[in-house]
Design a protein around this ligand. Sequence first.
Ligand code: BG6
Length: 488
Amino acid sequence: MTSSTDLDNALPLDMIIFGGMGDLAMRKLLPALYMAYLHGNLPPQTRIISTGRQEFDRDAYLRFVEDNSRSFIASANFNDKTWDGFLQLLGYVRLDVQAAPDFTTLANAAHPGAQRVFYLSTSPSLFTTICAKLAAAGLVDANARVVLEKPLGHDLDSAIEINEAVGKHFAESQIYRIDHYLGKETVQNLMVLRFGNSILEPLWRAPNISSVQITVAEEVGVGSRAGFYDSTGAMRDMVQNHLLQLLCIVAMEPPTSLSPDAVRDEKLKVLRSLRRLKLADIARDTVRGQYVHGVSGNQEVGGYLEEKNVPADSKTETFVALRAHIDTWRWSKVPFYLRTGKRMARRSSKIVVEFANPPFPLFPDMPGGVANRLVIELQPEEAIKLQIMAKQPGSGMQMQQVALNLDLQSAFQQRRAEAYERLLIDVVRGRLTHFMRRDELEAAWAWADPIIEGWSTLDEKPHPYAAGSWGPAEAFALLARDGFAWVE
Ligand code: BG6
């Protein structure tokens, strides 16, 4: 374990995880905490206390972690000695979130005077009661922090209710609303691309930009999460949070500093400027899809309706494409196309900024299509490509699109921390910039809610698309109508 100097004087840390046996804890949180420990990014006296309803003693919990979490640590990072050291930090408290006496047990297990971080990785419907009982048990002091996992509510009303309830016990500066996309190296790099360079800024506006596309395509299906997913759908699971956060970073004005409020103020303005869609807009500018049987990763896979725990008549969308507008001077008349889905052709997240073509066709052989595009690939590869026109060698003035290609993977050899590792370290160090503020979250719901309600009024079945494809035909028509096409 490497030692970290700026943590030496930190308070002891109690990281208390609600939902400590859940999927997220096993797949993401504990592996992220292991990596933070490996790299010396946890305070010297750290304890991780998982809570859950199962009657486990500590040994049984450690075995559960061995069996369910260890395999999520990349073998290159795994070492037995560090793992054993990490397990020493772990404890388990059996806790029923409805039972006040269980919180007294938790209080007895906590370090007096420690910096407490409560990570709520449970259904959001439990956030209110957990916070109230933590406070009643005397566990919330001025140093305490609470991390709220998404989805934060189901709609605007439930989000307000949760925010009010959590806000009774924690000040806004103690609340870390997590959107793990904000912890991705590539997403943070977007800020640097936009605000660490001055060459883009004069062009970064209407009418120089003709459209923006944001795609987050997943190859996986819903897997074992159908119970949660079927009452959620792609709009609540991905668009309301991850895609809107990406849109904010692409569209925001330069912040005055990197302080949490300076950055979040600018993102908030974008969210508040998103044009609300009325029923006719929803019918015209949004597409819902649901995957059906197809071939994904060379394997035949069933459709969404065949997944375990999905009702046979489910109308839940596993794909969304839509056209949005940001009503500001900078973005007037520039369409933002957002697209996300499960069981798509491959995992690919990218942002494509298309620039207006030259106003006058000087060269007779100008090929059709877009002359200049900036393609920012976020995952699985990290790359920035600028497509420009070049002359084909030879007589005449034949042109062709070529790309200036920056492969960030080879430009930087350093290790990339996973999003959860980076964000957990931010929580421990009290850095709020990459977390959502209350008003931001509520503004995102205020835009998403009418769309979800509109879909329910229209009561249409989602358009089918074959697993392993790029989504339903209607999503292609959405762009073709405006003279654009998705860039795969
Ligand atoms: C989560 C969604 O927030 O993000 C999942 O709930 C989705 O449905 C996941 O699979 C995608 O994250 P990533 O980091 O794999 O792109």
